[in-house]
Design a protein around this ligand. Sequence first.
Ligand code: HEM
Length: 516
Amino acid sequence: MAIVDFQNCFILIMLCFVSFLCYSLLFKKPKESRAGFDPPPSPPSLPIIGHLHLLLSSLPHKSFRKLSSKYGPILSLRIFNVPVVVISSASLAHEIFTTHDLNISSHGHPAIDESLFFGSFSFLLAPYGDYWKFTKKLLVTKLLGPQSLDRLRSARSDELERFQANLLDKVIKNETVEIAKEAIKLTNNSICRMIMGSSCVEENGEAERVRELVNDSFSLFKKYFMAQLLRKPLQKFGISLFRKELMSHSSKFGELLERIIAQHEEKLDYRDGADMIDVFLAAYRDENAEYRITRHHIKSLFVDLILGGTDTSAQAMEWTMAEIVNNSNVFDRLRGEIDSVVGKSRLIQETDLPNLPYLQAVVKEGLRLHPPSPLLLRKFIQGCNVGGFYIPKNTTLLVTGYDVMRDHDSWEDPDEFKPERFLASSTREEEEIKEKTLKYLPFGSGRRSCPGVNLAYIFVGTAIGVMVQCFDWRINGDKVNMEESVAGLTLNMAHPLRCTPVARNLNLNFKSADVI
Ligand code: HEM
């Protein structure tokens, strides 16, 4: 995928090659340095493009792994004239996210200011300032914190039943299931319902249109990584990557969201905070709010939540399920735990999760070995020292979470799927697990870490729970092929997991009867 994206913009890059050479020679700035501290080691680079060629492999996290085994856990790279530092060890990642958290509290710059995707109203790309702080508080206290999540539990529970019913339908039709496709339906439907409320889904059918737009937008999201890295050099020539596609999707989303917001306003029930748009509207209307958000902020936040939460959670479900299918001992232990806690007469629910420690450990281990976001992208606001090296201000930071969570110095048998490592039977083990969580980065770390972590654990835990509770799974061959592919910033299975469900003999009572 990344290679194809590059080919699309390769001619463009070559066209600016000569002009860029002139630019570099004429306007090159002297390097910022600090006496006594060297820059991190750097592999040999090519003229003009620097180390760009190293990022164009289909698996950038694997290329970084190779480089760091040769040059060490902190590397200095250059993409044209954009400096990048890559961190790949658990101890340096820990230093970065504890000592320098404030200094790296930015995810980078907007791609196109006015776009709803990665524009200047985006929460994901907002600098650490008033808007980000206000919205983060709103997300934590009113939307994605444990108590706020309870309010919208019923919508998720309906979608979980629908997920189970869809799988059962495949059994009846004797069809195989592409796990990622079913998973994405589940996460997409659930997030849409949490944001827009069930009334919108049922009465206006807008949710279906949103779902279609979201699916179309994923390919765009995956180009974001390339666009982010090349944005600055190309901007000097007035070139904005993927501008047309971004703006076209942005305006389609904009129109749709305007209608949905207007419908919510007509009902005037936003004070009750019934769904996420109600909460945003209440903040929008609040004249005494610490920050006055606009309608554009609401729409942009909607896009961030959908794109941030849908694909990531679905990828986690697919990878974790693949590990479970490959490890029959894990499957049996999980099934045993669910049967003894939940029983056979009702479907697993999210309120069961705290009583299912092994299921929680399986989900954590799936995310450790296969983090949906294997690379964390930040920016150094100020120059600083890391690991004894000097990093100049405005350097882009790439933390390879993938490597950090497979670091031999921090994890025993790091390449093996061992959920037990997250189970504690003594206080000492509890302490060890706490220590490990500092090196556990599927959701990033520090103030810019993922605010959707609670929801993500609910999504993945309940989906895996349903698949193990209700079905046996058959695959072609002995083992699932675990080969990886990377699209943009997301770690995917190169061969999507396909398996055939066989229904267990259960006697489940459902909350709602007509879920298909
Ligand atoms: C398994 C599922 C998920 C994974 C692996 C994941 C991972 C991540 C990661 C790695 C980051 C960047 C963190 C950093 O830079 O340190 C992030 C940020 C973010 N995630 Fe998630 N995420 C998941 C689910 C969700 C969900 C369900 C939502 C909400 C519906 C969500 C919303 C966001 C938002 C809004 C940000 C931006 C935070 C900021 O800029 O301050 N994520 N996520």
